[in-house]
Design a protein around this ligand. Sequence first.
Ligand code: TRP
Length: 338
Amino acid sequence: MSEKALHKPLVFSGVQPTGDLHLGNYLGAIKNWVPMQAEKPCIFCVVDLHAMTAEFDPRALPGKTREVAAGYIASGINPDTSIIFAQSRVSAHAELAWVLNCVARIGWLNRMTQFKDKAGKNREAASVGLYVYPVLMAADILAYKATHVPVGEDQKQHLELARDIAQKFNNDFDAPDFFPQPEPLILGPTPRVMSLRDGKAKMSKSDPSAASRITLMDSADEIADKIRRAKTDPDNLPESRDGLANRPEAENLLSIFAALTDVSLDQAIAQFAGKQFSAFKGALAEAAVAKLSPIRDTMVRLMGDPAELDRILAKGAARADAIAAPILAEVKKITGLS
Ligand code: TRP
């Protein structure tokens, strides 16, 4: 029997409530989730347990969790159809993660490149949570038997691990087809949004330079200012895609423009071929403000009513739990825990 017939289609993805939501989260993830809602049931999680794997501020965490939820809704995720909730409120994530920690192999985790990047030179000082981060991510997905997972390039290795863990669980416990093999979902030309200060580094919440990223809470003036100051090179914009070779800043800014205005990179290149960066940056700032201002306004309004956001998250958690609890109960039966 095919995968499709065995497991109902279900989309699962998440964003960590660390730092501010930025353009990379929006263009690389959340914006692409919006059209999926019309095709499959979707669960969008605020992964607060993942946010604990590196240094974090417990007092700031509740606000950050609400901010990501507000960002989802403001970007067009409908909380009445899709499930929006905080990971820690559904205990199946942590419980299943333990079971899967006992399925995953140390050798598998040792190959995870993101751990090596995030832990840096001082690996001994990284939290054990950071090490098993990909297992928790597998639990997030498998707790719902999710079949499709929209992820960026940097999370593909983690998703492959989730597939390996699912398979090993099914084999080890003689439960064929219990967990699905979740598939990566790449929808549209998901750009890899890079830092405005360095076209070779990913736009990141943890970059010490605030000028490196545009956040979803930035005002129109802040957006325009950051784009004005964005790093460029001395040449005019290229005539063709070949002309982007070794010009990471030009490529990044053109890709951002393309994603913001829903045109292809080639169309964006054609539009600004031979132009100076100053003219292009004006158009880019205008496009960014046009797209992001309504999102910011909605986020500000939602953030002004934390009780309402908490109600939305609580409702989402109850719906999520209703799916995950029976699956966890089966896991417990299969593994002899009940
Ligand atoms: N690790 C993902 C990221 O940093 C976030 C995440 C956690 C996630 N659990 C997930 C994404 C499950 C997809 C599915 O982007």
